[in-house]
Structure formats: C-alpha cells, structure tokens
Design a protein around this ligand. Sequence first.
Ligand SMILES: [Fe+2]
Length: 193
Amino acid sequence: MISREKALELLNTYVKTEWLKLHMRESEIIMIGLAKEFGEDEYTWGLAGLLHDLDFDYVNKDPQRHVLEFDSVLQLEGLNIGDDIPRDVYHAIKAHYESHPKIDEKRESKMDFALSAAENLSGFLVACALVMPDKKIGSVQVESVIKKLKKKDFAKAVSREYIYDIEKTGISLNRFIEIALVQMNSIADEIGL
Ligand SMILES: [Fe+2]
C-alpha cells in the first residue's frame, strides 16, 4: 500500500485548487474518526478520504470524466489496484460517484457509505462554519447542522441523501456529525476554520 507521503505527493501533483486540497484533507480526517468509531483500519479509511477526488482537477472539474479518470492517474503513476491502492479503497472511491452512468461500482460496504457521507458532510460543515459570526468550525453545533440539512436552500449542492445514508453503517446521523465536528476541529488551523 502507498505511504501517506506518496499519497500527499500525488495530491500535490494532481490537485492545484486550494479548496479541493482542503476538502480532500477534511474528508481524510472525518474518515479517520469513523474508522476509530468502528474499530476499522484508520490508515486505509483515511487514504480513501484523502485520495477520493484525485482526478477532479486533472479532468478540469468535468463531471462527465470525474472519477472515471482516477484510473488514468493511477496508470500514469504506475500504481496498481490491490497492491498500491487497496481494493476496498478503490471501490469506495469509484462508488462515491455511483450516479455516473459509466461507473459500475455501487455503495455496498461500510467504507463505501462512510466515504460518500464524509465527503459530502465535509463541504456542508465548511458552509455551516462560514455562516457563524466567528467563522469557526468549533462554534458549529450538531443541532444546528441537523436543522440546516433540512433547509433545501442552504448549501444546495450537497447531497443530503449520501449524508443520511451514514445510518447504513450502523451509526446515527447525530453521532456522525459529532465525530466529524471533533475531527475537523482538530485540524481547524490547517483548514483555516
Ligand atoms: Fe469530494
């Protein structure tokens, strides 16, 4: 499996957009928190979060090519699925865009559901923090996140469905948000919140 150093090197090579880098890092830290909660492997779960949008700048943010080209990046880098990138991580990354007609992988495993939920919640929590008077992630409360999720006009682009599907992993929405807030707050300086 690739080291975290190698994963960061990939990120720095292929991801040039600052908010996207932060989004991938935030997804990593939430995935680590979920792995801890479930007693799963923190490194592989974190890796899925860190690499999930690796091709997004590479495809110029084209939704038609996004995630499909993840394979091209791996090929360019001479990285193998199963060897360098664990199969479960690969599956979760593909399945996080299961709505794309050319992607066969569907969310099935705990890691699959966790990744899709985590990457959607990370963006949502950033939006929640930015409307706080001090713009701090530490000021965001679980209850207010739940309320905002119900407001269709708030952070419209975020898939509520994928976030609510966290319950398919066996934890409640409340617990999920609690974990994600603690995790994001632990890197608050790094993510500028
Ligand atoms: Fe993402």
